[in-house]
Design a protein. Sequence first.
Length: 322
Amino acid sequence: MNRLTLAEFRERSAEFAAAVASTPGTCRFCSGPLWQLAAHDHLHPAVAGESFIIERDGIWLLFAMQEPSGIHFPLEASWMFGCPLAGDPMAAVALLREAADRAAVERGQPLAFFVGGLVPDGPVHRALRTLEQGSRCWREYPGMDVMQIDLGEGLEAWRERRSKKFRRTLREIAEPLPGLEIVDVSKEDPDALYALLLGIQRDSYKWREGTDIFQIPEYADFYRALLEGLHASGDLRMLVARREGVDLAHIFGGVAGGTYRGLQMSYRDSVRDLALGNRLQIENLRRCADEGIVTYDLGMHASYKERWTDRWEKRIGVLWVG
């Protein structure tokens, strides 16, 4: 087995991304290196201790110990949408057991690991359960649920699954607004895109109320890193609603394989009566369907997302001490 430094992992992150893509039942976007490293670099620098990054034959473990708990968490430990085990689940769990046992002998004490982003009774969860018998500690905890739209049969099939009331709303917002255009800005300069995004955020009702996530510096840096990384890889998807040269609203996300992952959406408070959030969402859905996107991931649960969603999926986490 190969133990890597964080710098070595950055150099081999494409290999890790390929392993994530082959891992059944986990979030490819949030388990991937861009999300994990952006969170490690900007959300947890004060608590992240020694990394625990192991690779063997294309199987990966991606953890960092957090102080003062001493528990090894995924690099992204705020929501834990992603899973830190990548590759064949049984092989990954066998590697986790072997690496933990070896490290325990070296340190003279057992190690604790928290594995998040698990589909209950999914392939990785079932493989992990083989560790439960004889373990010093095994606890399962509710995770951060996710809400997803199925675009496998296209946009019209999704539309037909909506309630009669919501279909009426969708017909209403399909009517064009005079002077309004929706523009794909994904390939524009990333610094300019971030400034555009931040300008809209700062003019939103959330900013006025003090609840906008971009008002928290570390989260602003996290999303900026995601935007820049997605732009560099060609996986950024960003639409802007514009009228008379003024950017009024944005929707921002990224693509991994056949999945679109939504990240942020906002609009200026002065145009909140124009339903620009809904207009951008439906246009983004249409473009994703045309692109061949199968799953449109809306992220964590929120009540306003329920009418858009086909699946409300549970996630769990496991704390294990061997």
